[in-house]
Design a protein around this ligand. Structure first.
Ligand code: H2B
Length: 98
């Protein structure tokens, strides 16, 4: 199930399909910094992600400073990384490029 905690091997495999995400030392979350042209582009990205997150009922921990968006993903309910985190990370990678 998508909300079940992934084991270390599954985490490594899922991480290999993403771009620029780093794994926390405890394997409990993944993080990435996105940098855009300006604030408007950064906020447009955040808006697209927010709508996807609502649809998924899975939400990022993130912050924005001007054109930079810092994101950390994990599944609070599972206390670690699940398939949902990698699904949302993949969407963020795609949205950041279009
Ligand atoms: N987002 C994240 N990142 N982790 C969760 O465990 C989570 C969530 N749980 N969004 C959802 C909402 C839960 O609180 C609701 C009730 O489904």
């Amino acid at each position: 199930m998508a909300r079940e905690k992934l084991d270390d091997a599954a985490i490594r495999e899922a991480l290999a399909k993403l771009e620029g995400w780093r794994l926390a030392a405890d394997n409990g979350s993944i993080s990435r910094t996105f940098t855009f042209k300006d604030f408007s582009e950064a906020f447009a990205f955040m808006t697209r992600v927010a709508l996807a997150a609502e649809t998924m009922d899975h939400h990022p921990d993130w912050s924005n400073v001007y054109k930079t968006v810092n994101v950390t993903l994990n599944t609070h309910d599972a206390g670690g990384l699940t398939g949902l985190d990698f699904e949302l990370a993949g969407k963020m990678d795609r949205f950041s490029k279009s």
